[in-house]
Design a protein around this ligand. Structure first.
Ligand SMILES: C[S@@+](CC[C@H](N)C(=O)[O-])C[C@H]1O[C@@H](n2cnc3c(N)ncnc32)[C@H](O)[C@@H]1O
Length: 269
């Protein structure tokens, strides 16, 4: 299998985890963990990234439970492995569109901010349904529209306005490619899930400084390679300082506090 590494390469996952982890992914990791029903014994996390949600999941599961955390990017898994050290967790390198698991294996399947990056999103939902046990619970989370995730939007807009080359497929619009609740429900229905519901989740995100956020958005993503290729460290610095200016003038002064919005889908097999 090709290690697509989507938007994340070595060391980039470390920056992603350090700067974006506590800011964007921690609030949703807590929220999602609170939604687990019952006492699932076989749990699958799809697109585990740097292990934020993995950590919360394993701490909330009973001691007899087993958590399988899958990601297509082995560098992300390496960061997650350092963060989450538990006999209950097994990290697996694999593609959400073709998972290396038997049918009807898991009691609970979750994917937080991973499906947006799949070339074939329906395949991801079909696979989640296939590996879930009958009556099992499925939860997924995707970003809402750009304007409802203002610092992410400002950062991406600023980056794109400074780049001459077209952005790679994973960047920009990909993040917001799953913001229509009707489409999300259709994915679950088409996959075979029942009793699906989609709800909007708005949480507060806080980050000490706009510069921290800018570093996370720019250097915690493979887009940094395109930036350095086009304009070297000077362009990088210019982009980060423009992001800081825009966040501080359009959102708030430091510390940065803003609403982050996503869609949470829940369905059953
Ligand atoms: C934005 S991160 C989210 C990580 C984590 N779920 C969280 O909430 O912190 C998206 C993750 O999905 C992974 N990913 C992208 N395409 C994937 C695929 N086809 N199969 C499995 N994982 C994938 C990426 O490598 C990345 O780690």
């Amino acid at each position: 299998m090709k290690d697509q590494s989507s938007s994340f390469e070595k060391s980039i996952p470390e920056v992603y985890e350090k700067y974006l982890g506590p800011y964007l992914y921690e609030p949703f990791s807590k929220y999602v963990t609170n939604r687990i029903l019952g006492d699932p014994q076989q749990v699958l996390e799809i697109g585990c990234g740097s292990g934020r949600l993995t950590n919360h999941l394993v701490n909330s599961l009973s001691q007899t439970a087993k958590l399988t955390a899958l990601d297509i990017n082995s560098n992300m898994i390496a960061v997650a492995k350092e963060k989450v050290q538990s006999y209950q967790v097994e990290f697996v390198h694999g593609d959400a569109q073709e998972m290396p698991f038997e049918d009807n294996t898991f009691d609970f399947v979750v994917c937080q901010f991973g499906f947006m990056f799949l070339p074939n999103k329906q395949k991801g939902f079909n696979e989640a349904w296939r590996v879930l046990k009958p009556r099992g619970q499925f939860i997924f989370v995707t970003w809402d529209k750009a304007e409802n995730n203002i610092t992410l939007h400002i950062s991406q807009e600023t980056i794109l306005s400074h780049l001459k080359a077209s952005p790679p497929a994973y960047f920009g619009r990909a993040y917001y490619s799953m913001n229509n609740p009707d489409d999300l429900l259709a994915y679950t229905k088409n996959a075979g899930f029942e009793n699906g519901k989609i709800e909007k989740v708005s949480l507060q995100a806080t980050c000490q400084t706009a510069l921290d956020a800018a570093i996370g958005f720019v250097e915690g993503n493979s887009i940094i390679k395109e930036i350095l290729k086009e304009g070297g460290p000077e362009l990088l610095q210019k982009i980060e300082s423009n992001i800081v200016k825009r966040i501080n003038s359009e959102v708030c002064q430091d510390p940065v506090c803003s609403e982050i919005n996503a869609w949470l889908g829940e369905a059953f097999k």
